[in-house]
Write a protein that binds this ligand. Structure first.
Ligand SMILES: *Cc1c(COP(=O)(O)O)cnc(C)c1O
Length: 453
């Protein structure tokens, strides 16, 4: 089975290494000018094991919209997760990796009819709904579907609230929809919710599970055989965060309201699996110095232009309300000063960080951003002619030996070539223009001197 055609195999790393050391190695080669990601497969594997340890009863169905990188999907498929797909194309992508349709939930409560027909043909049966019209459509296009009703139960605050768009009211709407489904001869098998992506509250899961319990009873009374509870997404994913607290809340709520092991419990984590595995490296290609701003303590304000912006990976700043943190690749003993980071396009909106503080950087310096795997890549565009970053995947050698045995990964996915080996062979041996970073500091000084005369 061909899984990751044409793509660069995962580099197997020996000895001590970190995403930052890999970035340094690539940058030090001198030929890299475009932004790129280093993706650590080990992070995904570690998170899978942590999930299994902390919530053994909850089967994760990874939400593909968070990051549809094939390698991430293949790794999760190898580990044995299911998948939450929202469209025909996402279902196609996941099934193209060899994932069986039973491992997919079509978790979009508002589905185009053509996608429903297609899902039926592909053998995907589990779908969510939250309205009367969706039930009527289901009767038409997926009469055999196993329906899961999506209710609304919002965290008190979330990075990206979803309740405004999806989820019927568990008290005023859901019981009626369950009855209507029965009248239509459709089978509802469970209840789902999504408390909001990047949820800041954990107690919300307990409230939601309790509401789901009531609807299990209402569904049973309407003649449905209720057997699936879907606790959705909303789990934290950045390095330094942990699902221990939320897992305790969920486990306790399950023991209280769903003690029977006959109920299958699933979740749809996105951010949790994707965020921390990806570290983004960007290069500064232009700088501008502005007179000190009043609030900035007398120091001049530096504008740094980097080669990825809000039309690329940093769309997450606009759409996902992420707060990104820039880290210089090279440590410096110089004093940090006020600055701002700007993307490469000619749009004034393309600002990555309006105010931050960094030691002086120059053209050719690299800035690194951790935790950039969630809601970044799939939304990025090449607006204004700036390419979206490529992903360089790495895995520790100790992990490689187990991973390569796990379907759908094979030995062919891995390489012992150094990480700096070219991604694709260059079409012709064109001489490369040296990147600005290779400017000799002396040349630079002379250049500045001449310009100031
Ligand atoms: C986006 C989404 C998810 C993933 O949410 P995270 O907060 O990233 O875990 C899960 N389920 C559905 C239906 C979604 O729309």
């Amino acid at each position: 089975m061909k899984v990751i055609e044409e793509e660069q195999p995962v580099c197997v790393m020996e000895g001590p290494w970190s995403p930052l050391s890999v970035i340094r190695e690539i940058v030090d080669e001198g030929a890299q000018e475009d932004p790129f990601y280093v993706m650590d497969l080990g992070e995904v594997v570690a998170r899978y094991h942590q999930w299994k340890e902390l919530m053994p009863r909850v089967e994760p169905f990874y939400a593909v919209k968070c990051n549809d990188d094939k390698l991430l999907l293949s790794t999760l498929a190898a580990l044995g997760t299911g998948f939450d797909c929202a469209s025909k194309a996402e279902i196609q992508l996941v099934t193209s990796l060899g994932v069986r349709p039973e491992r997919i939930i079509f978790a979009n409560p508002a589905k185009p009819a053509s996608h429903m027909r297609w899902a039926t043909a592909a053998g995907v049966n589990a779908i969510t709904f939250d309205s009367e019209t969706e039930l009527v459509k289901t009767k038409h296009y997926m009469p055999q579907a196993q329906l899961i009703i999506r209710i609304r139960c919002d965290a008190s605050s979330a990075q990206c609230p979803l309740g405004i768009k999806f989820g019927c009211d568990p008290v005023t709407e859901a019981p009626r929809l369950l009855k209507l489904a029965a009248v239509l001869g459709l089978s509802v098998v469970g209840v789902s919710f999504h408390v909001g992506s990047g949820a800041a509250e954990t107690a919300v899961y307990a409230r939601a599970v309790r509401l789901a319990r009531e609807l299990f009873d209402a569904g049973g009374a309407a003649g449905h055989r209720m057997r699936v509870l879907d606790v959705g997404g909303g789990f934290p994913g950045n390095s330094g965060t942990c699902i221990r607290e939320v897992s305790t809340v969920i486990n306790n709520a399950l023991e209280t309201h769903f003690p029977s092991r006959d109920v299958r419990v699933i979740a749809e984590p996105g951010r949790y699996f994707a965020a921390a595995a990806y570290t983004l490296a960007t290069m500064i290609h232009a700088t501008r110095e502005l007179p000190a701003k009043e609030e900035e303590d007398g120091a001049n304000h530096m504008m740094y232009f980097i080669n990825d912006g809000v039309y690329g990976s940093f769309n997450c700043v606009l759409y996902d309300h992420q707060q990104v943190v820039a880290e210089p690749l090279e440590a410096s003993s110089e004093r940090a000063g006020p600055c701002s980071l700007w993307g490469p396009t000619c749009d004034g909106l393309d600002c990555v960080l309006p105010a931050c503080s960094l030691p002086p950087q120059r053209t050719g310096s690299w800035l690194v951003f951790r935790d950039m795997g969630a809601y970044t890549l799939p939304v990025a565009s090449a607006f204004n002619g700036f390419p979206t970053p490529k992903v360089r995947a790495v895995v520790d050698k100790r992990l490689w030996s187990t991973l390569k045995e796990l379907w759908p990964l094979t030995e062919a996915h891995f390489s012992f070539e150094r990480v700096t080996a070219p991604q694709t062979p260059p079409p012709s041996p064109e001489p490369r223009t040296p990147p600005p970073s290779s400017l000799n500091p002396l040349d630079h000084a002379v250049f500045v001197e001449c310009a100031l005369k």
